[in-house]
Design a protein around this ligand. Sequence first.
Ligand SMILES: NC(=O)c1ccc[n+]([C@@H]2O[C@H](COP(=O)([O-])OP(=O)(O)OC[C@H]3O[C@@H](n4cnc5c(N)ncnc54)[C@H](O)[C@@H]3O)[C@@H](O)[C@H]2O)c1
Length: 340
Amino acid sequence: MILQSVAIVGGAGYIGSHVAKAFRDDGFEVHILDNLSAGAKGNVLSGTIFHHCDILVPSSLDRFFGTQKVAGVVHLAARKAVGESMNIPLVYTEANVIGTHNVLASMYRYGCKHFIYSSSAAVYGTPDYLPIDEDHPLNPDNYYGYTKKCSEEMISWYGKLVGISSISLRYFNAVGYDHAGEIRGIESNPNNLLPRVMECAIGVRDHIDVFGVDFDTEDGTGVRDYVHVSDLANAHLLAMKYALTCSEKACTHSLNLGSEKGASVYEIIKASREITGRKIPTKEVVRRPGDPATLIASSQQAMEILGWTPKHTDIRDMIETTWEIYKELESAYYASKNRT
Ligand SMILES: NC(=O)c1ccc[n+]([C@@H]2O[C@H](COP(=O)([O-])OP(=O)(O)OC[C@H]3O[C@@H](n4cnc5c(N)ncnc54)[C@H](O)[C@@H]3O)[C@@H](O)[C@H]2O)c1
């Protein structure tokens, strides 16, 4: 039975495809809006409806919202490379801030009032205390984090001024893959640790740079909060159901999504070596500017407000589901190398 329709903007990407699966499996009619600049058609799940749409072209959004009545929007489309955001800030302003504005403006024009937004822990910057809760000051120390903070502020104004209910979800480090193996697309040019480790395991990279081994942590490497992408996806579903109850008066929330557990770079690499059986050579290099020793979330508000509980918090599970995808690519990679 179809409950309601939703639009998943950026639904052909890594997290968006898992979000689309969560909504489809719950009985929603799912419309995927994506320009496939980073996502892949192969990530568009059966039982969902694909619309080629560029959020930087308002007419392409209007074409969608003018013809489809959707109860709400999950907006994930963005550029997300922290280092790149410092080098090409104008591109990030356009993709992340103006893109978000375009989606909201088109929703407003066509009367769609429920919005779930992909924000990031990057809005906090270097932590003043741990675990980081939502009362922590927002001091992003890269431009990517600023674009997320700026978008969150704009979204909350759309709540006050035109009644769009919103929940901005501040993800910590998204990892893992769908346990059923339905989503198999990998990220191109990944910036996060685990996909890079996997690329190393299958021989696409010859080593992993470890940025800093002198942090004030147990093994000297940076500790991060890794959250399974299927848990993230489920949080979006809960967030949308919550937002849909806020029709009388617009609600605006910003909520952390993390597993509340930390794993160090060396722990990830050690577990990946055990799981993959591959060497995964490392090279110790200097810290990157602005990299904190430890980032761990408090997700208490998401648990209380949405009733969310992350289920796949074992780092080995996150690595195993990722390896399931990458090990299949290994033979394809070597086959293509032998051909050239
Ligand atoms: N991956 C993480 O660990 C992480 C952490 C925090 C926040 N986030 C945020 O989550 C969201 C999704 O991240 P992801 O890892 O799935 O990234 P991704 O690159 O895999 O997915 C983004 C999707 O948006 C699409 N897109 C980009 N620009 C578009 C445009 N102009 N019009 C239409 N579609 C467009 C891409 O084709 C892609 O399918 C992003 O907003 C990102 O900032 C990700």
